[in-house]
Design a protein around this ligand. Structure first.
Ligand SMILES: [Zn+2]
Length: 487
């Protein structure tokens, strides 16, 4: 009869709680006391005393009460609103060592049963630390005047919050039974189990509460948080501080603190600069290319430089495009506090090419050739003028090209031509010695050189160039002055 009702209870509970319940556990869950094990005793425990110390030296569980309260608070974190305090129920008096927590449904039933009349509860919910002490006594034959039978930790109904011990049980038996309590009977006359609405088995959670608190305080000696009472858990309980763990209950969960979520950063606004060039020569700039990053775009200047502002930090793709070139991209990560630089190389679109030739000559005299000059194209191609000043590029992509000629002693000069496909295109360049003379102007007050019809000379440290042809003259050495002049 009794077993049948118990099995029926746990069959019901199995549907209402995540805790695995074995129907036969209740028979092991009896604790038979000859006196109140929770009564305060005169035993004083020094700081650092363990649950095992209390079990081995005291005949009261009072020494582990601080830890017991932590464990019940942790249970409340694991399953909120399961336990409540009965200390405020009118008429209810708690035994000196009893904890006030009780299952919410059981508390409701108790309140309905006593209806404000005086009732003494000698024991209600018991934490696993207390049950460990009782079980130790029972196993080792200690404190036999207090306990004659104790359940293994994790097996007592008092750990589940559904049991109360009522010393004046006979006076309350019918009213408690009417509110869902079951009297255990002759084997433990003061013991009532609540089986009404809201009764849940949290014995496994009670064990888990200890395992979590232990791990939270011993990250290098972690045990499984499985709610199962075993040797690993028992040995830690024996060593657990009777006065409570340094790090107490936490409803925020795991023993390992979860780092606060990283706020989504607001991207800083930065600018980006770069040059658009052709091939592998960064000085071969491509003018007028369109540069795009995300929704923003701009046009590169005549010297191929672009700047984009208002860009967010982080990874971006820079796209450069221009008619006649293959669109190209580069990836950059933009950041604050640095110069964000993103140059892009463009390759002339494959296709039609034309031949490009020209001569490098002095000044305006195309017959006065400069051999050995370097000729560089904005395509990145280079050539050297031969002894007659002639340079040749057999194949240059059709379209605009900048031709730059340079030679030591002469001022570098560029011209722009449009190369037509499948034909010979010309791009000759005259170089002057002006730059060479500029270098000397600081020292030379009156001297001149001829570049074809152009005479360059210094005048008061400043370079002066005169086109002799404009006055119908030619440039030559003035025999009297000993320097070049228009004659
Ligand atoms: Zn009991």
């Amino acid at each position: 009869m009794r077993r049948a009702s118990v099995v029926a209870l746990f069959a019901l509970l199995a549907c209402t709680t995540e805790v695995t319940v074995e129907g036969s556990d209740h028979d092991e869950g009896e604790d038979v006391f000859l006196s109140d094990p929770d009564l305060p005793d005169r035993m004083l425990f020094a700081a650092g005393a363990t649950v095992g110390d209390v079990a081995r030296t005291a005949c009261s569980t009072a020494g582990v009460k601080p830890l017991a309260q932590q464990l019940l608070a942790e249970v409340n974190c694991l399953r909120p609103d399961t336990l409540t305090s009965i200390a405020t129920i009118p008429g209810v008096s708690l035994g000196a060592g009893a904890l006030p927590q009780l299952n919410v449904g059981a508390a409701r039933g108790l309140r309905a049963a006593n209806r404000g009349e005086a009732i003494t509860i000698s024991s209600s919910t018991r934490a696993t630390a207390q049950q460990y002490v009782l079980y130790y006594w029972y196993q080792h034959g200690r404190c036999t005047s207090v306990v004659s039978l104790a359940a293994k930790p994790g097996r007592s109904n008092h750990e589940s919050g559904v049991a109360i011990d009522v010393p004046s049980y006979s006076a309350w038996k019918s009213r408690l039974t009417a509110q869902g309590f079951r009297w255990l009977g002759a084997s433990d006359v003061v013991h009532f189990d609540y089986q009404g609405a809201g009764a849940v088995d949290i014995r496994s959670l009670a064990v888990k509460a200890f395992q979590r608190l232990w791990n939270r305080n011993h990250p290098s000696d972690r045990i499984a948080e499985d709610g199962v009472w075993g040797d690993a858990t028992a040995s830690r309980m024996d060593r657990a501080p009777a006065g409570g763990f340094a790090i107490g209950p936490s409803c925020s969960g795991d023993a390992t603190p979860t780092p606060p979520p990283t706020p989504t950063p607001t991207p800083a606004i930065v600018s980006l600069t770069g040059v658009i060039y052709e091939g592998s020569d960064t000085s071969a700039r491509v003018a007028g290319a369109t540069v795009t990053v995300g929704p923003r775009s701009t046009t590169a200047s005549a010297d191929g430089v672009y700047t984009l502002t208002g860009l967010p930090t982080g990874a971006v793709t820079i796209t450069a495009s221009k008619s006649g070139y293959t669109t190209a991209t580069v990836d950059r990560v933009l950041a604050t506090g640095v110069d964000n630089w993103g140059s892009v190389s463009l390759t002339r679109a494959s296709g039609a090419t034309g031949r490009l030739v020209g001569v490098i000559y002095r000044g305006a005299d195309t017959t006065s050739r400069i051999g050995g000059a370097t000729v560089r194209l904005s395509t990145g191609q280079t050539a050297t003028a031969d002894a007659t000043g002639l340079y040749t590029f057999p194949a240059v992509g059709a379209g605009a090209v900048t031709i730059t000629a340079s030679k030591s002693g002469f001022t570098t000069r560029s011209v722009t031509r449009t190369v037509a496909a499948a034909t010979e295109n010309w791009g000759s360049i005259g170089l002057s010695t002006g730059a060479a003379l500029i270098d000397e102007c600081g020292d030379v007050t009156a001297a001149g050189t001829c570049d074809g019809a152009i005479v360059s000379h210094c005048d008061g440290g400043r370079l002066v160039q005169v086109d002799c042809a404009a006055s119908g003259q030619t440039c030559g050495i003035d025999a009297d002055a000993g320097y070049a002049d228009c004659q």
